[in-house]
Design a protein around this ligand. Structure first.
Ligand code: FUC
Length: 814
């Protein structure tokens, strides 16, 4: 009896130890050294304020960001005469003279002025997202040696911590960006009294002045805008020390012989989210008054409130794989990346990547501010790559692919509001270029509501950026069935459909309706006459976006009981759109004709938009097209930038090929050194701090990669929105046992399940609304209601089943 108890005890202990290990391996980004570069620093944020802790023990840098800090300002980049040239450009295209069309487009149909400043718009009207600056912590003792150094970001608590030992004293620095209050908090402790001796300073290389008030360090400034004064910003820092003394001189704070120190820091700008044309008041007073007062300082409470607020998002869902390796927990994250790339099994690394994606979403996107940009909220530059803006031909959208399935759709609010904010300027752009109703946004957008085409004919005339944003509004509805939400944003969707339906022209060969002039994002074709160009009519992605937009607007009008006659007319237009076509090589045509690719391995795979994110192509609804999509993917190859690889993980998962998806995930996790600058040739990967390498750092790959993991595990797309568990599970041994909790599916369901030996063991499905559930039921499983009554049973083979559900009820699959 005793012996048996001992065995059970040992088993439980071992089991929970492995579990704990797995948890830590999946929840921590760790380093054994201070960062030498921001791509080794630990990112934190609350959607408004961003921080990156370098973990230095002599001189520590904390890189600071504020989401709305943008140079430039509102510009009128619409070329008013453009619409007069539209018929001529279209005529050239109809006659097959794409060269003349592209030349005229470059002269008359691009943005007025410098547009985005050729990607270098910081000092131009377009502007650039900029770093706020740095907090510098300078320790007095920098000569004695440091031992026992460790640095980690604890993802499930959103806390960074550095520990080190110097002169027999153990120091710790803990940092968070509060989700409960709008500030950064940094607490420094020492194992012995009077050992904290350091100085604090704020720094910024451009457009800033520094000052101090009793108990505060201040920074304020104004950014350049070509014609007028630009955005004002301010930051304030307040140190709270226990023991010792604080001395303030020359905009510097010295902490002398303290036992403990807490630093609070906040920042704001005068950017007016509701009306960027009318800046808010000078933010200086706001930052001073919004910092916690020393008299009320209670770090423990502030930390607890932050962790609680953060976990209210983070704990909504979880993904775990059972396998853990005790050896791996001794490695730093970058050592794990290297080992993984050499073939070491590290089951928890993909889980860590998933968790990191979730962490980044919560930290960079919160209601009430701008959406996550090309760098989320973490930029060290004054001229960010591509201005750190909102690219609408994949990048901004990819940043939000995670939100709905993770049950974090409320964090996409900044995206929905940003999209709605583009309607008004986009209506002006639609008139100026196409003399069309509705609204358009092209390839680029910024907080100043830029909707004009880009300045280059070869990339700037993609006209579906705005409609693609609308897809996220529709997806939110599909996941939640929230009619009030749909009603609120219906005018945005309707405006896109109005625009797209009114600009279509009839192409001469088949009489299909097509967009013109447009392009297939950033890719070139080679015409049979040898012309290599971009300007085209009816590129495949446009036609897919038209079908998708028209379909959901027609459905939305029906749900909301509005615009019946118009929706009917849209149905007719939809039926005349150029269809998907399979080319001579068995692939999906990217253009209306089966032209050769300008760059066969190009990073964009826009013509597979219908496979993902749109669900026009699925292996079950359209097997022939799915097979052609697979040929396209094979042609394009597995290379590409970070986001391109991330997209391909999603594509392969939707084709049900978990092994190919995992192959690409492994490539996305390939360690990349600290390369600055843009180098398409090198391909994507992962920096030491897990940020995605385009290169340079671009956050879309982090989000897209984590979303790809979701697609491997749960899908619910296609005509019938059938819920599929483990639709693309890799055959790798490390993936054969695991569990998921709190996932959302289209049709407004929540699923939890676990699997063993690669097969679903038990699952529960909770319905938010009454209706019909459609489920791909694994062989040998049955569905029962909460009372245990069996509703459907399929013993012999896996198949799609449907059953009626009650709102709020849970169903068990076992
Ligand atoms: C798109 C991509 C580039 C880059 C840029 C920010 O235009 O083609 O690779 O990601 O956005």
């Amino acid at each position: 009896m005793k012996f048996k108890r001992y065995i059970v005890f040992t088993f439980v202990t071992l089991f929970s130890a492995t579990n704990l290990l797995a948890q830590q391996e999946a929840q921590q980004v760790t380093f054994k050294k201070p960062a030498t570069h921001y791509l080794e620093a630990l990112p934190m944020g609350n959607g408004h304020i961003g921080a990156m802790d370098f973990g230095g023990t002599n001189r520590n840098r904390i890189l600071l960001n504020e989401k709305t800090l943008w140079s430039g300002g509102i510009q009128d980049a619409d070329s008013d005469s453009a619409r007069h040239y539209l018929p001529a450009i279209q005529d050239f295209l109809l006659k097959g003279d794409n060269k003349a069309a592209q030349e005229l487009l470059q002269q008359k149909f691009v943005s007025k002025g410098n547009g985005s400043g050729y990607g270098q718009g910081a000092k131009d009207n377009y502007g650039s997202y900029q770093t706020l600056g740095d907090l510098i912590i300078e320790w007095k003792d920098t000569t004695t040696s440091v031992t026992g150094y460790h640095r980690k970001l604890q993802l499930d608590e959103a806390l960074a911590a550095t520990t080190w030992k110097r002169n027999n004293t153990t120091f710790t620095q803990e940092t968070f960006v509060s989700l409960a209050g709008n500030y950064i908090a940094i607490r420094i402790t020492a194992s012995q009294k009077n050992k904290i001796n350091l100085s604090l300073q704020l720094d910024r290389k451009e457009n800033a002045k520094f000052s101090q008030e009793s108990g505060f360090l201040l920074m304020q400034g104004q950014l350049p805008h070509k014609d007028k004064p630009g955005m004002r910003f301010a930051a304030a820092l307040r140190p709270v020390a226990k023991g010792g003394r604080i001395k303030q001189t020359n905009n510097r704070v010295d902490i002398i012989n303290a036992n403990e120190l807490v630093i609070y820091l906040t920042a704001a700008t005068d950017y007016n989210l509701l009306n960027p044309a009318k800046p808010l008041a000078d933010p200086l007073q706001k930052v001073i008054t919004s910092l916690p007062h020393p008299a009320n300082d209670n770090y423990a409470q502030a930390k607890a409130a932050h962790v609680k607020a953060f976990q209210s998002f983070y704990m909504r869902n979880s993904f775990s794989l059972s396998h853990a390796d005790p050896q791996l927990s001794k490695l730093s994250t970058s050592e794990r990346l290297i080992a993984f790339s050499k073939g070491t099994t590290d089951a928890q690394l993909p889980v860590l990547y998933y968790n990191f994606g979730k962490y980044l979403l919560i930290s960079s996107s919160q209601p009430g501010t701008l959406p996550s940009n090309l760098q989320g909220i973490w930029a060290p530059e004054y001229q960010a790559p591509w201005n750190g803006d909102y690219h609408l031909n994949i990048n901004l959208q990819m940043n939000y692919w995670l939100a709905e399935p993770m049950g974090l759709g409320d964090l996409a609010e900044p995206l929905f509001e940003f999209t709605a904010g583009l309607v008004e300027p986009g209506m002006k752009t639609a008139k100026a270029y196409y003399n069309a109703p509705g609204w358009v946004a092209h390839v680029l957008a910024n907080p100043w509501k830029f909707t004009s085409p880009g300045e280059g004919a070869d990339w700037g005339s993609t006209l579906t950026g705005g409609a693609w944003l609308g897809e996220h509004i529709w997806e939110h509805y599909r996941y939640t069935k929230d009619e009030a939400f749909l009603r609120k944003y219906y005018p945005v969707l309707k405006g896109s459909a109005q625009f797209l339906s009114s600009i279509l022209i009839k192409e001469p060969k088949n009489g299909w309706l097509v967009t013109a002039p447009s392009n297939s994002p950033e890719h070139a074709y080679v015409m049979p006459n040898g012309f290599k160009g971009n300007t085209a009519m009816g590129p495949t992605m446009d036609m897919q976006i038209c079908r998708e937009t028209f379909d959901y607007v027609i459905t939305a009008a029906d749900i909301l009981n509005v615009d019946k006659a118009w929706a009917d007319s849209l149905r007719i237009v939809r039926s005349k759109l150029a269809p998907l076509q399979i080319g001579a090589a068995g692939d999906i045509n990217e253009w209306l004709e089966d032209w050769k690719d300008g760059e066969p391995l190009h990073r964009h795979v826009s013509h597979l938009y219908g496979l993902h994110p749109y669900d026009e192509i699925t292996p079950w609804d359209s097997p022939e097209m799915a097979a052609a999509a697979q040929v396209t993917l094979a042609q394009r190859g597995d290379g590409g930038t970070g986001w391109s690889k991330a997209w391909k993980i999603n594509f392969w998962s939707r084709l049900g090929d978990g092994d190919h998806a995992f192959l690409l995930l492994k490539q996305l996790l390939k360690p990349v050194g600290l390369i600055d600058g843009i180098n398409y040739g090198k391909g994507g990967g992962t920096y030491p701090n897990l940020f995605c390498a385009h290169p340079p750092f671009q956050i879309d790959g982090n989000f897209g990669g984590a979303a790809g993991i979701v697609e491997m595990l749960v899908q619910s797309h296609g005509k019938d929105e059938v819920i599929r568990l483990l639709p693309a599970l890799p055959s790798d041994a490390a993936w054969q046992q695991g569990s998921l909790k709190g996932f959302k599916t289209r049709g407004a369901f929540s699923v939890d399940f676990n699997w063993k030996a690669g097969k679903v063991e038990k699952a529960t499905l909770t319905a938010t609304h009454a209706g019909t559930a459609k489920l791909y039921l694994p062989a040998g499983k049955a569905v029962a209601d909460a009372a245990g009554k069996v509703l459907v049973e399929k013993k012999d083979q896996s198949t799609v089943v449907s059953f009626e559900v009650t709102g709020g009820a849970t169903y068990h699959i076992s």
